[in-house]
Design a protein around this ligand. Structure first.
Ligand SMILES: Nc1nc2c(ncn2[C@@H]2O[C@H](COP(=O)(O)OP(=O)(O)OP(=O)(O)O)[C@@H](O)[C@H]2O)c(=O)[nH]1
Ligand SMILES: [Mg+2]
Length: 452
């Protein structure tokens, strides 16, 4: 438990209907009581809400009419005493009330500090704390569902189970080291260990396999639309978003900078990026755009390469085909409403579209789903590892166990094998936050918004 009491505005600043100022810590109720006129908060029951007024502690003037919630330790978000003041939402008033709490001894919370306290006070583990942030950032039902399940501890349970199994392997080894009087102990243990480790490895493989989908659900698919100028890239973005997001004109070189939007295909977010058309150019502004496009191609997880049916393939088209050939990509032949001048013989699989007549968009969306083997995951109970940090740690744990298997094959002494298995155990613990450094914590929680 911490000695100081932290305070922050927990709603986003702006002219909303209500704003919430949240305090957590030993003095939370006492500070609230000094500001609040209505009831004696030190006497009220836990988890109750009270009508009253906030008064300026200096000149005793009423500042706002509020509802104040009192939640006593330990059944609270942080496990500490918490009060939440629901006030009338203006930026000025909200800031004023926050200021009063600071004057009375609270400290301004850092971003994510409430959740950090929940973790450090052991109410939630690190994987759960991180899912709070995922919850805030969720853009689709599927990613929300994923975050809720993680917060609920389901992801943590997957890891905890693995960890239990690894621990029992360690226990087995220790028994062997502690009772070496059995002559054939080494042989027996190698034999016992092998299937046990293989079993855990199999489970890890499975979790990592479905984690690929989890990562896509959580982060979306970075999708970049590329093509020569004027082929219809911005039109495609607009059609897919069902909104006139990008400017479309008949002038080649209209899009100069990246334009970004999010769409939802069967519960999956596509982070869609429209780019400047690629061509050799002397226009400086345009060439900066072109360089950015090249960078985007490198970072993309999916490329939509747009070609123009009403023109023959140019050198620039061929360059683009070549530049994206090792990427996951879909070739789109656009403007099929116009007479074809394109020789498509050498093109691999492509989709024909017309932005003018609204043709081919649904087919394209189906193709994208197929490419990522997504099916319709909207309604499934999703319980995947999705966080990049977690996936990386699990891969390290898997690597350690693989090393252990190799050592078993080479009949290396058991105590050496134990080092690898213990390492796996530690990596799994890091996912739950059992062996983490302060630096990592600071970094993780600094990504939160204020008041969470
Ligand atoms: N006939 C026809 N015209 C289209 C089609 N798609 C786009 N256009 C037209 O082609 C022109 C260029 O479209 P944009 O979407 O701006 O093309 P772009 O690829 O974004 O072009 P830049 O931003 O200059 O690189 C516009 O006049 C569109 O109306 C189509 O399927 N058929
Ligand atoms: Mg454009």
């Amino acid at each position: 438990m911490f000695d100081d009491t932290i305070a922050a505005i927990s709603t986003s600043l702006g002219e909303g209907a209500v704003s919430i100022i949240r305090l957590s810590g030993k003095q939370a109720i006492e500070i609230g009581n000094k500001l609040f006129k209505g009831k004696d908060l030190t006497q009220v029951k836990s988890h109750t809400i009270h009508y009253g007024h906030i008064i300026d502690p200096e000149d005793i003037k009423v500042v706002d009419e509020v509802l104040l919630t009192v939640m006593r330790s330990p059944r609270t978000y942080t496990t500490e005493d918490i009060i939440e003041i629901n006030c009338h939402g203006g930026v000025f008033v909200t800031n004023k009330i926050l200021e009063f709490t600071l004057t009375l001894g609270a400290r301004l919370a850092e971003p994510g500090e409430f959740t950090k306290r929940a973790f450090l006070n052991k109410r939630i583990d690190l994987a759960q704390a991180e899912s709070v942030m995922d919850l805030i950032n969720a853009k689709t039902d599927a990613s929300l569902n994923l975050a809720v399940n993680a917060l609920d501890g389901r992801v943590s349970n997957l890891i905890k189970n693995l960890r239990k199994e690894v621990l029992s392997i360690i226990a087995n080894i220790e028994v062997n080291i502690d009772y070496p009087e059995y002559d054939d102990a080494v042989v027996v243990t190698h034999q016992i260990l092998k299937p046990e480790i293989e079993k855990v490895l199999k489970e890890m493989n499975h979790i990592l396999e479905v984690a690929k989908t989890g990562k896509i659900i959580r982060e979306g698919i970075k999708t970049v639309i590329v093509g020569r100028p004027n082929v219809g890239k911005s039109s495609l973005l607009n059609k897919m978003m069902r909104e006139e997001k990008a400017i479309v004109t008949e002038i080649a070189g209209t899009t100069r900078d990246l334009i970004e939007g999010y769409i939802n295909i069967g519960g999956i977010t596509l982070n869609l990026i429209d780019t400047a058309g690629i061509r050799e150019t002397k226009d400086i502004v345009e060439s900066i755009g072109v360089n950015r496009t090249k960078k985007e191609i490198n970072e993309a997880e999916l490329i939509l390469l747009v070609l123009n049916n009403s023109e023959s393939l140019t050198e620039d088209d061929k360059k683009l085909l070549n530049l994206t050939k090792d990427k996951k990509r879909i070739i789109i032949v656009n403007k099929i409403d116009l007479p074809s001048k394109m020789n498509k013989e050498n093109l691999e699989h492509y989709i024909e579209t017309s932005m003018l007549n609204d043709e081919g968009i649904e087919l394209l969306e189906k193709e994208i789903k197929k490419l990522f083997e997504l099916g319709d995951i909207k309604n499934k109970d999703i319980n995947y590892l999705s966080n990049t940090r977690h996936i990386a740690k699990l891969k390290k744990a898997r690597h350690s166990l693989k090393e252990a298997l190799l050592s078993i094959k080479d009949e290396i002494p058991i105590d050496m094998i134990e080092i690898d298995v213990k390492e796996a155990w530690i990596y799994l613990g890091e996912i739950l936050g059992e062996e983490v450094s302060d630096n990592l914590l600071d970094e993780l929680f600094s990504k939160f918004c204020l008041g969470k």
